[in-house]
Design a protein. Structure first.
Ligand code: KG4
Ligand code: ZN
Length: 330
């Protein structure tokens, strides 16, 4: 079954084609640069960029896959969570095509898409496993008992980890998005330079909190001169990054151990982080770890098409009345 997937939940305009949940034919992602100068995503501009770019991105995904729109058997699109205006662009586009062609479509939960991103790459990443979804908007720890059977173990009470990377990068003058910039600056830094707080939220808690850490960095920087910050930038970045990675790794691996699950799947933009990969790998004992490759961590349509294809192949479809659900949970 040839499936076209579309993702427009935040600031990536993306389209992908696959012919089974695990066989990707093309994956095109346009990351909107327009938000850089504002230091964060501006919702209206995101929607307008999707309106401007989506058709071109879909055509590119079809061209790269050597397919035409009429070859597509079914469609998959993110319907939440995300920015409502941004979601509506992709959803309305796909619903219109489904209506015009009479072909089926399915609305996909963006978070479930992130969970499918590792399955797309590796058949071994099949349930049961623990999924850690960490991005600019989310921190979710999920027990994936089976496809479609999820138990949310914990989420963030305030900021998402990517948001903390972005906000700390902003105070350090490193630009947006902050994750890659902090990772790069931290590469040769001393991780033990300063011990920023780790919020574990209680011994058995799977909840996250990153706003205290963000504030701790701001407080630490308050009485430091520009020269001091410049001279110690890589150490400050490495110390901050370590605090984020340690909490994420400890909570995810504890969940695996306590629930007796021997696989951990990490996804979302923060899964790109090299240090997070190292910390998780080095702390894992008898747990198989999955991280998505390039093009499958940050928001993309391949994961949406993969999740969609899984359900479409089983006859599950959505109705044309489906609306965007900005606060959709898992
Ligand atoms: O999944 P994503 O594209 O969008 C959301 O759903 O939010 O994730 C974007 C987030 C941004 O906050 C960005 O700073 C972060 O992922 N990110 C990283 C890295 N690359 C992207 N964070 C840490 N290290 C990275 N290498
Ligand atoms: Zn995402």
């Amino acid at each position: 079954m040839l499936v076209l997937g579309v993702e427009t939940s935040c600031d990536e305009t993306a389209a992908a084609v696959l012919d089974s949940p695990r066989n990707l034919i093309s994956n095109v992602i346009h990351s909107q640069l327009i938000h850089e100068k504002y230091g964060g995503v501006v919702p209206e501009l995101a929607s307008r960029e999707h309106v401007k770019r989506l058709i071109g991105i879909v055509d590119e995904a079809l061209d790269k896959g050597g397919r035409k729109l009429e070859n597509i058997d079914a469609f998959a699109v993110t319907y939440g969570p995300g920015l409502v205006g941004a979601l509506l662009v992709g959803l309305t586009f796909i619903k219109s095509i489904a209506h015009a062609t009479g072909k089926p479509f399915i609305g996909v939960n963006h978070l479930e898409g992130h969970i499918f991103s590792n399955f797309l790459q590796s058949e071994n990443c099949s349930p049961p496993f623990i999924a850690l979804i960490v991005s600019g908007g989310h921190a979710n720890l999920v027990h994936v008992k089976n496809w479609g059977d999820y138990k949310l173990l914990g989420k963030t009470r305030d900021d998402a980890p990517g948001e903390a990377f972005d906000k700390v990068a902003k105070v350090l003058g490193l630009g947006y998005p902050g994750g890659p910039a902090i990772q790069q600056a931290a590469e040769s830094g001393d991780r033990k330079f300063f011990k920023f707080p780790r919020a574990y939220m209680g011994k058995d808690s799977y909840e996250f909190s990153f706003s205290g850490l963000k504030t701790a960095v701001a407080v630490y920087l308050r009485d430091k001169s520009d020269d001091y910050i410049k001279a110690n930038l890589k150490d400050i970045c490495a110390s901050f990054q370590e605090a984020v990675c340690e909490v994420l790794a400890v909570k995810a691996l504890t969940a695996c151990e306590k629930l007796g699950v021997d696989k951990l799947s990490v996804g979302g933009g923060v899964a790109m982080n090299k240090r997070l990969r190292e910390v998780v790998q080095s702390r894992a004992k008898n747990i198989e770890i999955f991280f998505p490759g390039p093009g499958l961590c940050t928001d993309n349509a391949a994961m949406i098409a993969a999740a969609g294809a899984y359900y479409l192949e089983r006859g599950v479809t959505s109705k044309l009345g489906l609306n965007a659900v900005p606060y959709l949970g898992i």
